[in-house]
Design a binder for this molecule. Structure first.
Ligand code: ZN
Length: 588
């Protein structure tokens, strides 16, 4: 079959066929009808929004002898001549011709009058790619153009165009094309081709086009090559989206605090060759659908998902708490940003999944809200008489000095947010010997990619800006045992080793954001979360910490809580010293 890319085949020939961008078309048509064509235009906007198509139609329309509603008639001598390809319309791709020679050449040739029509049109695509000297050469032409010359400059990055050029152009901004317009366009093309299609498939392709008609048509083309009719399944195959059932399984596990299952399913997707980035995006998109199903009445129509997928989405939305959905989306979005700096994307993903599935280990206000909501649901589900005995003041771990906040949030025995009929492992009676994980199946210790991000990467990854301040809190790094100089390095080794210990997931999560410093030969680990310090100093985790540190030859270490006020006071003092540097200020 003669192959012609869809987006070439369906390249619009008249202004009416341009998808969206009416605001641009209206201006141009008006100028054509009034015969007030300018000398230079700048078309700005994202790729695939129709800049080049509009430029080509415009170039023919201003030469056409009898334009129809501003568009070229396609029948007059000029239209026929230009359709053949003519010297009168020149397209220059600045991305490959960014040299000053091309612009000088243009400057010379532009002086010759047009062969067929009234105007010679130069369409310079990706004009921001021109070099400075090429811009200068172009500027000379724009300053005194011959009457028959029209320039259409197109760019995705208008901020890179020199002001001297901008000021000589009429600027027109192209917008991203809304999903429903893309869908309509694709459906009309498919109808024209006589291909059968599922509405969900068209919606998915339009979504993947992300506002670009050209991108959408390229994707549609790949999907059409897959089979005679366009099915949602073929589309997800081509787009490499995780199959919906797996997405549903992961999201459902995350929102019901089943970290083990979430990690298992994720692991399976990765082992099937999906990249971490794609999986993250798929999960976010699925969560987004869940959020929409949670909050919109006509979600089914809005989402246009296949029946079974929507059923799964609706089921998850109904069971989940709104705050939990938002929190999960936030964490995944942060992980996606982090990916760019992470030396091991897989660990970023796993950590994000763990944080979502273990709101009880996370002391962000959002996580606490999720826990409260889960608790409220459980209390509401209890038979009236039992309500009093709901979550009793849970036994606290023996944890040194600070206890004031402990009553509010029992750190160990927990609420969880799993359905009441099937208690998650951490609600079962504690095993005789210290257990370090509520998620027994968590596939920690996956082989190759098991290394933690290097110390600087971890610093970049630490969410709170306070992390560096905390690090400053522990001064004077010193050598604990020959060779190891940086406490961060020692602590990094500790974390790596800890990760390989079976069932150490909770401890690992707690330790991850500690800042390491050295004081008088003692490795001092600090946190500004009191609960973390208390829990780590408790009986449950300390023995394993001791053991792992001992393997590294570190026998003196401490976990400390550093209050915000202490840090504020310290930085206030620094400021005071700076402001009054002439005065001797004693620090007590
Ligand atoms: Zn014509």
């Amino acid at each position: 079959m003669a192959h012609l890319a869809l987006y070439r085949k369906y390249r619009p020939a008249t202004f009416d066929a341009i998808v969206r961008q009416e605001h641009v078309v209206r201006v141009l048509v008006r100028q054509i009808e009034r015969k007030e064509v300018g000398h230079a235009y700048l078309f700005c906007g994202p790729r695939g929004t129709g800049k080049t198509s509009v430029a080509r139609i415009f170039a023919r329309a201003i030469n056409c002898e009898h334009p129809v509603n501003g568009s070229p008639c396609g029948r007059c001598a000029a239209c026929l001549a230009l359709a053949e390809g003519s010297l009168d319309i020149a397209e220059i791709d600045a991305a490959s011709n960014n040299g000053v020679n091309e612009m000088r050449d243009l400057r010379e040739k532009v002086q010759y009058p047009p062969v067929t029509g009234k105007y010679k049109v130069y369409i310079i695509d990706e004009v921001h790619m021109l070099t400075d000297s090429a811009f200068n050469a172009l500027l000379k032409t724009l300053e005194e153009p011959p009457a028959h010359a029209v320039f259409v400059l197109a760019t995705t990055e208008p901020h890179k165009i020199p002001a001297t050029i901008l000021s000589r152009c009429m600027r027109l901004d192209f917008k991203l094309i809304p999903q429903e317009d893309l869908e309509r366009h694709l459906a009309s093309i498919l109808d024209g081709l006589g291909r059968r299609y599922e509405r969900e498939a068209v919606a998915a392709i339009a979504r993947a086009g992300a506002g670009s008609d050209r991108d959408m048509l390229s994707i549609a083309e790949m999907c059409l090559a897959y089979g005679d009719s366009l099915t949602y399944e073929s589309v997800t195959n081509v787009l490499g989206a995780a199959d919906d059932a797996t997405n549903a399984a992961i999201v459902s596990a995350l929102l019901s605090a089943d970290a083990g299952r979430a990690l298992e399913e994720a692991e399976r997707m990765l082992s099937e060759g999906k990249s971490v980035g794609v999986l993250l995006r798929d999960l976010m998109s699925f969560l987004n659908s869940v959020a929409i199903a949670k909050s919109c009445r006509d979600a089914e129509k809005l989402l246009a998902l296949p029946k079974e997928t929507f059923a799964a989405v609706a089921r998850i939305a109904q069971a989940a708490d709104g705050a939990a959905i938002l929190r999960a989306t936030d964490i995944l979005a942060a992980a996606e940003t982090e990916l760019r700096f992470a030396s091991s994307p897989r660990i970023s993903l796993e950590t994000a999944l763990l944080r979502i599935a273990m709101p009880r280990e996370d002391l962000d206000p959002e996580a606490l809200l999720v826990r409260i909501a889960a608790l409220e649901r459980q209390v509401a589900a209890l038979p009236a008489g039992d309500a009093v005995s709901a979550p009793p003041a849970a036994p606290l771990p023996p944890c040194g000095k600070q206890t004031e906040r402990a009553g509010a949030i029992p750190p160990e025995e927990d609420i969880g947010s799993a359905p009441a009929d099937e208690p998650p492992p951490w609600e079962l009676p504690p095993p005789p010997e210290p257990s370090y994980a509520p998620f027994e199946d968590a596939p920690f210790g996956a082989p190759e990619e098991n290394d933690l991000p290097s110390a600087p990467a971890r610093k970049a990854a630490a969410a709170e800006p306070s992390a560096s301040e905390r690090r400053e809190a522990a001064p004077a790094p010193r050598v604990p045992d020959g060779g190891q100089e940086d406490p961060e390095v020692v602590f990094g080794q500790f974390l790596r080793r800890l990760r390989k210990v079976p069932k150490s997931g909770v401890l690992y999560t707690l330790c991850r954001d500690l800042a390491a410093g050295m004081e008088d030969g003692t490795l001092v680990l600090t946190t500004d979360v009191r609960m973390v310090a208390e829990t780590l100093n408790g009986e449950r985790h300390m023995p394993l910490m001791r053991e792992v540190f001992a393997e590294l030859g570190v026998d003196r270490f401490e976990v400390r809580y550093v209050s915000d006020e202490a840090r504020d006071a310290r930085s206030g003092l620094e400021q005071l010293k700076k402001d009054f540097s002439d005065y001797p200020i004693e620090i007590k």
